[in-house]
Design a protein around this ligand. Structure first.
Ligand SMILES: *Cc1c(COP(=O)(O)O)cnc(C)c1O
Length: 612
């Protein structure tokens, strides 16, 4: 591709991106594909000759988009937000064009110096004490690839410190002996990346109990050696007590890292600064503007109060990387695991300048306000309860009573493909997390989500469809009036969406939708006869107002679903067959297992796991 074609394709790409963003509502938030789907759409071998750009872009719509979960969709409420904005995208374009690898000051001075400046801007903005700034000459900040990297780097730094002390106290003992004595502590609700860092760093990890606000408190910490505190736990956005933990840490000489991946962004608003009271006793702190400050992944800010702790743990210095300004300049390669570093400060700089502190504060406050509205909705319906405090843009809620009901609700919400949420387990309670995610989240999106959720809950809690053993009764089954009369919220919701659509058409749609949800959530409910009759009714039905599509499937996707169900049955039969043959012939079974693991298509469907 030459510069002329790049100009042309670049403009087209910008148009494509703007169209994608502005019409994202016309897409289902979650894709409807099975593992291995892509291999059926794209060739298994790389092309020998270069291909046309138009063909490549055509395949984006044909093959890639159908398998995308749209994180920027207004009805995406899973995990935490994935920061995104036009200035950030443009800055990344420029960064890619410059294409420098900023591992040392000399490798691209602007790359290092802008990063230092950005870290000081942000550190001052959230009110960090002087020792965390580069201007102090003691500590400072750098960009890491992720909050997980920051936790790992902090742990390596803490380990280095502890090892140095242990070696002084017991010079005769082996390193391995010292390492076996190291223990790190975090709350039960700390992110899984803390456990991973422990595995990599050979530091045993203990998970401590939290209080009734899901916070880690100083009193349970007395035995610890190193600590990772969390501001804004991923499960419920609770806040460990930094003040108490910091005091214990400083008294006992522990290293204290604060993982504030999501909630740390809110520290740019003064009303949240009480959360880092006691920060002077913290050794390092990190948060992700790529979660909540409109910066695209990857961008984790990490500050340390002593850069020497960090660099002495990670310093390796081959001759070819040394340069004459080493004494006066910072080489960020000593501040993290990788050598090569992208020019990431550029996107933070662009975003901070485009929106200004006020613009970014307004966005954070709006998410917090919308979360409170959602919480009020939940509290107004006595079938539901809210778990944990709602401080920022996350609400954890559940159906009153046993966990399995909320579990089912979660399942049918996601299967509707019109909303996306993930669950969490909080003190034995299964909850659904509702996170405000997109840049332009609106009250209407929250209302839509709540109507959708209550509508599905009503369907879930209504008595199950009567299914007599007598086959004929299937045909006579009349569930229409019951579902409609019970389900006022559905009517309201659909009124919003389809406005002036004929009411009886609406009712038919709801009836079929209810049926489909039941079919999807309960395979036992699947009955070819009902399916056939639904097929007939659905054919001439389609609504697409305001970009919303009804949650029901077209007849072709019904057939697809039918096939899927058959396939699932076949798969189950195959599995049973396999178990039998394994008992009879374990050698053959092992062989066929390894064949199976090579095939993506037959791999078990990924369970939704809460890992972000
Ligand atoms: C999101 C999150 C992480 C993981 O962040 P990565 O940047 O993906 O590693 C870690 N800790 C908390 C509290 C989080 O919310």
């Amino acid at each position: 591709m030459d510069a002329e074609e790049f100009r042309k394709r670049g403009r087209e790409m910008v148009d494509y991106i703007a169209d994608y963003m502005t019409s994202i509502k016309t897409r289902h938030v979650i894709p409807d594909v099975e593992p291995g789907y892509l291999r059926q759409l794209l060739p298994g071998e790389a092309p020998l000759k270069g291909e046309d750009w138009t063909d490549i872009m055509a395949d984006v719509e044909r093959a890639i988009m159908p398998g995308i979960a749209h994180w920027q969709h207004p009805d995406f409420h899973a995990y935490f937000p994935a920061g995104n904005s036009y200035p950030s995208i443009l800055a990344d374009m420029l960064s890619d064009a410059i294409g420098c690898i900023g591992f040392s000051w000399a490798a691209s001075p602007a790359c290092t110096e802008l990063e230092m400046l950005m870290m000081d801007w942000m550190g001052k903005l959230i009110g960090l004490p002087e020792q965390f700034l580069h201007t102090s000459g003691r500590g400072g900040g750098c960009l890491q690839g992720s909050a997980s990297d920051a936790v790992l780097v902090a742990l390596l730094s803490a380990r280095h410190r502890a090892m140095r002390r242990l070696k002084q106290e017991h010079p005769a003992a082996e390193d391995g002996h010292h390492i076996s004595r190291l223990v790190g502590y975090c709350s039960k609700l700390a992110h899984s990346c803390v456990e991973k860092a422990g595995i990599i760093g050979l530091v045993k990890l203990r998970h401590l109990d939290v209080d009734d606000k899901f916070a880690l408190r100083g009193s349970v910490l007395e035995e610890a050696i190193q600590v990772c505190a969390t501001l804004g736990t991923t499960g419920v956005c609770s806040f460990d007590n930094i003040d108490e933990l910091g005091r214990v840490a400083s008294r006992e000489g522990l290293y204290l890292h604060v993982d504030a991946a999501y909630a740390g962004n809110a520290l740019i608003c003064p009303e949240f600064s009480h959360l880092i009271q006691g920060i002077e006793n913290v050794n390092s702190l990190a948060f992700n503007p790529n979660k909540w400050l409109q910066v695209n992944f990857d961008c984790t800010l990490m500050w340390v109060n002593s850069s020497q702790d960090l660099t002495s743990a990670l310093n390796v210095d081959p001759l070819y990387l040394q340069h004459k300004h080493e004494d006066q300049a910072i080489d960020f390669r000593h501040w993290g695991v990788p050598l090569s570093r992208r020019f990431r400060a550029l996107k933070l700089w662009f975003v901070m300048r485009t929106y200004g502190i006020e613009g970014l504060r307004a966005r954070i406050r709006e998410h917090c306000r919308l979360a409170k509205i959602f919480k009020a909705n939940v509290l107004s319906d006595d079938r539901f309860e809210v778990v944990g405090d709602v401080t920022m843009g996350l609400v954890c809620f559940r159906l009153q009573g046993v966990n399995s009901q909320t579990q089912k609700l979660h399942k049918i919400i996601n299967e509707s493909r019109r909303l996306h949420v993930v669950p969490a387990m909080l003190n034995e309670k299964y909850v659904i997390r509702f996170a405000l995610c997109t840049e332009h989240a609106k009250e209407a999106d929250v209302d839509f989500a709540w109507k959708m959720i209550t509508c599905l809950a009503t369907q879930l809690l209504s008595p199950p469809l009567r299914r007599d053993s007598n086959k004929d009764s299937d045909d006579k089954m009349d569930f229409r009036p019951r579902i409609i009369s019970e389900d006022k919220s559905t009517l309201e919701m659909e009124d919003d969406i389809v406005f002036d659509h004929q009411r009886d058409e609406l009712q038919r749609m709801q009836m079929m939708k209810a049926m489909l949800f039941k079919m999807v959530s309960d395979p036992k409910c699947y009955n070819p006869r009902i399916l056939r009759s639904l097929n007939g009714q659905i054919q001439n039905f389609s609504v697409n107002k305001q970009g919303y599509r009804p949650a029901m499937k077209s007849s072709s996707s019904l057939q697809h679903q039918q096939q899927q169900l058959h396939q699932n049955n076949n798969h189950q039969q195959q599995q049973q067959q396999k178990i039998k043959s394994e008992v009879l012939d374990p050698v053959k079974a092992r062989k066929s297992q390894s064949e199976e693991s090579n095939s993506l298509i037959s791999s078990p469907r990924n369970k939704q796991k809460f890992v972000f």
